[in-house]
Design a protein around this ligand. Structure first.
Ligand code: CP
Length: 317
């Protein structure tokens, strides 16, 4: 595996490999010295053309925990402000001979384009409304830690599915792991024809009590050029997950950032059934695993190397 551009790049075995690796890095993260020398001497560039807190910080920390040198560039405040194109920015950063480039960009397909231009491994950290594969992997990891296998579980993805790259990646990822996926939201925020991906569609939360997991999405106003709901108050009345709607055995997830009081009430956000903090913690170890898989060329592991020592990640750096 050279690049991670979308969840459709990964079959179930490949997902399992990354999750196993992440589990090992979770063990490393509990050690006093959390750093391993795996990527010493290699450079990882993170290049973000859109705002980010979780993805940018966790990829940066993941690369540092693996002892890589890290160059972090945010488009805002860089030469992009002076009119430099993506291609020229990439040519500039390629002078540092990066082993991996982590790209977030507002245009769908930007990371695919980048993969054609560079020798480095490319990781899609979110491209427009298209995909956000590392988010899907960390969500699967988080759920597996909590409930074990996803086989036969019912996962509802609720909210602004239309503008959500997380939804597109998670529909593929959850289904690959055997879950049944239902998307729910106002008709204006559900993409036409999404059933072709294998999920079911609901336009209300009337039946949400059958869900094992309720995965909430925020309204992505930055991608909207018109009003998709009559008002936020009306949207919250119909689709907010609050303590009245949440059953005692159901788990709550959200990729963040959260809009308290819109898609989720404060009490649900902070309750014991919420996995949102765990999702952030999983982001670090899953992104370490992604970098590891791409940059150490561990095809051997994927092909079934010894299970007794599945993660030769080395001594503390
Ligand atoms: N979930 C997610 O992508 O969050 P950030 O925008 O903070 O990276």
């Amino acid at each position: 595996m050279r690049h991670l551009l979308g969840m459709d790049d990964l079959d179930r075995d490949r997902i399992e490999t990354i999750l196993e690796r992440a589990l090992s890095f979770a063990e490393v993260s509990r050690r006093e010295i959390k750093k391993v020398p795996t990527l010493r001497g290699q450079t990882v560039v993170t290049l973000f053309y859109e705002s980010s807190t979780r993805t940018s910080s966790s990829f940066e920390l993941a690369a540092k925990r693996l002892s890589a040198d890290v160059v972090s560039v945010k488009a805002s405040g860089s030469a992009v402000d002076k009119g430099e194109s993506l291609k020229d920015t990439i040519e500039t950063l390629s002078a540092y001979d990066p082993a991996a480039i982590v790209l977030r960009h507002p245009h769908a397909g930007a990371s695919h384009m980048l993969a054609d231009w560079v020798d480095a491994s490319v990781i899609n950290a979110g491209d427009g409304m298209h995909q956000h594969p590392s988010q899907a992997l960390l969500d699967i990891f988080t759920l597996r830690e909590q409930i074990g296998s996803l086989e036969g579980r019912e996962i509802w993805i609720v909210g602004d599915v239309l503008h959500s790259r997380v939804a597109r990646s998670n529909i593929i990822g959850f289904q690959a792991m055997g879950a049944k996926v239902i998307v729910a939201g106002p008709p204006t925020l559900i993409p036409r024809g999404i059933e072709a991906t294998g999920c079911e569609v609901r336009y209300s939360l009337d039946d949400v009590d059958s869900a094992d997991v309720i995965y909430l999405l925020r309204m992505q106003h930055e991608r909207m050029d018109q009003n998709f709901v009559p008002s936020i108050r009306e949207y919250a009345r119909l689709f907010q997950l609050n303590s009245r709607r949440l059953g005692p055995r159901q788990l709550v997830m959200h990729p963040g950032p959260v809009n308290r009081g819109v898609e989720i009430s404060s009490d649900v956000l902070d309750c014991d059934q919420s996995l949102i903090a765990q999702q952030v913690a999983s982001g670090l170890v899953v992104r370490m695993a992604i970098l590891y898989e791409l940059l150490t060329g561990s095809e051997n592991f994927a092909a079934g190397q010894p299970d007794s020592d599945p993660v030769p990640i080395g001594e503390p750096a």
